[in-house]
Design a protein around this ligand. Structure first.
Ligand SMILES: Cc1cc2nc3c(=O)[nH]c(=O)nc-3n(C[C@H](O)[C@H](O)[C@H](O)COP(=O)(O)O)c2cc1C
Length: 227
């Protein structure tokens, strides 16, 4: 009986692991492709799915090999929601914490087809550039072929008038970004995907391509996601 129970648990865990990347909102949504228009309306987060938090923590690691295969709309939706999605609509608070609840970090998604900014309140991606700019999101070759690179850019103006030393403001923004990135690392670890947090990127070129003033914005962190 003991062995049978263990076998059942193992079978259930194996099934969960195999099913980790699948979306539980139904077969069709889990395979829907991302259509790279001016806006990408993301799917609402699933109420449940993937591995447990404990299992995801066990799986969490950095990956530097990625298949170029595109992520499905459900996967992109889940990754963005994990990074900085609204989980308390009553006051627009996010899945990740933010110092003073100021939310200075913007999330940019780099695909082969274009660059998008994540609008958390609308749970949409808004296109800012057409074309493949993944080379600007990192320095290592795997970044250039990963199907999704995320760049976390902090807007220092959010802290204006708060009398916090500039160095500490940068530190706090970096901490916010690290929370976003780790949410993604746990999401990918729980959904049969891969990811890595990255602190290497050509910052000046990246900000210039996005048309962002380096006196106001800085790149806090980056990340690659795929399978
Ligand atoms: C803030 C931060 C920046 C990082 N930057 C890079 C990077 O630019 N390139 C890279 O290959 N790995 C980067 N890493 C990943 C670390 O090298 C990795 O976490 C470390 O080797 C431990 O391995 P593990 O994540 O698999 O446990 C970074 C990790 C963190 C937390």
């Amino acid at each position: 009986m003991y062995m049978k129970k263990n076998l059942l648990i193992c079978t259930a865990l194996f099934a969960a692991a195999c099913d980790g990347g699948a979306d539980r909102r139904g077969g069709e949504e889990s395979v829907r492709e991302v259509v790279h228009g001016a806006e990408i309306e993301l799917l609402q987060p699933a109420a449940s799915g993937g591995l447990t938090v404990d299992e995801a923590l066990r799986n969490r690691r950095s990956w530097r090999e990625f298949s170029p295969e595109a992520l499905s709309l459900a996967e992109v939706s889940g990754v963005l929601w994990a990074a900085a999605g609204v989980n308390r609509p009553e006051d627009n608070r996010l899945t990740a914490p933010s110092a003073l609840a100021l939310y200075p970090v913007r999330v940019y998604a780099f695909f082969a087809e274009g660059v998008y900014r994540y609008d958390a309140a609308a749970h949409k991606l808004l296109r800012v550039l057409v074309g493949d700019f993944r080379e600007l999101s990192g320095m290592q070759p795997f970044v250039f072929t990963a199907p999704l690179d995320l760049v976390y850019i902090a807007d220092l103006s959010v802290y204006e008038g708060r009398d916090i030393p500039a160095e500490h403001v940068r530190y706090l923004c970096g901490q916010d970004a690290a929370g976003y990135a780790e949410n993604v690392n746990l999401y990918t670890a729980g959904h049969s995907l891969r990811s890595i947090t990255r602190g290497s990127y050509p910052e000046a070129d990246l900000l210039a391509a996005l048309g962002l003033d380096s006196a106001r914005y800085f790149v806090a962190l980056a990340q690659s996601v795929g399978r």
